[in-house]
Structure formats: structure tokens, C-alpha cells
Design a protein around this ligand. Structure first.
Ligand code: DQA
Length: 148
């Protein structure tokens, strides 16, 4: 089965309690069960992970590249400044794999510092602004681009 790593960056472990008016009331556990269920419907083997650590998320991106897994990535605040994560993420599409950048909120409708994504230019595409649905749309986009 096609494997998809759904990787989440800093503070996303706080979903449900962190600014629910921006990020919604669903928890990371809710995200994990929803994404896994959507993956099953789409024929994808979905694994959801979250870390606050830049080195750890970069290691997971390397793992995806080396194992041939597609990636749905919510880089959280790393979106806006982590050239290290960007350099790692660039290897995903170079390897012929899909990278979908996702955001719960719409960063372009928020503070100026959120208007820049250093990840977007190396992604296959971006889905933002639809809450948990952003992840479902990202998984659908991956499934739609698979051969056969
Ligand atoms: C976020 C948007 C980022 O600007 C922010 O730093 C996050 C979450 C989102 O999912 O809307 O932590 O990536």
C-alpha cells in the first residue's frame, strides 16, 4: 500500500487547547484518527507524527525520501523560516515523491510574518485554511496523483 507520512511541526501537539478560534477544537489525536481513516478510504497507509524539534522533523523527511513515502507536511512555524526543513523537503519532489504543504488556518489572511512560506516553492502543492479538512484534501490530492 502507498505510504504517506503526515508530519506536523511545533505546537501542533497543542491542538484543541491552542487558539481554538484559529485552529479549531480538534486535538492531535482527533487529527490522527481522522487522517488514518481518510487514508484507509483512499487506499493509503497513513502515519501521523508531530514534533516540536526541527532535527526530528528533518529526520522524518529523510526517512520518507529513503523509504519512498509521500509526505503531507504541516511545518507550523517552521514554514516561515526553516531553510533546513526546506532543504530536506526539496529532496521529496526531487525523488519523484509528492509533498503537500498543509495548514489548518490560512496564513495569507493572518500576520505578515506568516505570508512567507519557504516550503511552498519546493512542494507539489499547498492546501490551507480548511481546518482538519485541509489534511483530507491533501490526502485526496496524493491519491489522485498515484498511478493506476
Ligand atoms: C499553521 C500556521 C502557522 O503560521 C503556525 O505557525 C502554526 C500552524 C496552520 O496549520 O495554520 O503553528 O501551520
Amino acid at each position: 500500500m502507498t505510504r504517506v507520512l503526515v508530519l506536523n511541526g511545533p505546537n501542533l501537539g497543542r491542538l484543541g487547547v491552542r487558539e481554538p478560534e484559529v485552529y479549531g477544537s480538534a486535538t492531535l489525536a482527533d487529527l490522527e484518527s481522522a487522517a488514518t481513516a481518510w487514508g484507509s478510504e483512499l487506499g493509503l497507509d497513513v502515519v501521523v507524527r508531530q514534533t516540536d524539534d526541527e532535527a526530528e522533523i528533518i529526520g522524518w523527511v529523510h526517512e520518507a525520501v529513503d523509504s519512498g513515502a509521500h509526505v503531507v507536511l504541516n511545518p507550523a512555524a517552521f514554514t516561515h523560516y526553516s531553510y533546513a526543513l526546506r532543504d530536506a523537503a526539496a529532496q521529496i519532489t526531487t525523488a519523484g515523491l509528492l509533498l503537500v504543504e498543509v495548514h489548518l488556518s490560512n496564513p495569507l489572511a493572518r500576520e505578515d510574518f506568516r505570508h512567507v512560506s519557504v516550503i511552498g516553492p519546493v512542494a507539489t502543492g499547498t492546501v490551507a485554511g480548511f481546518g482538519l479538512e485541509s489534511y483530507r484534501l491533501a490526502l485526496q490530492a496524493v491519491a489522485a496523483r498515484l498511478p493506476g
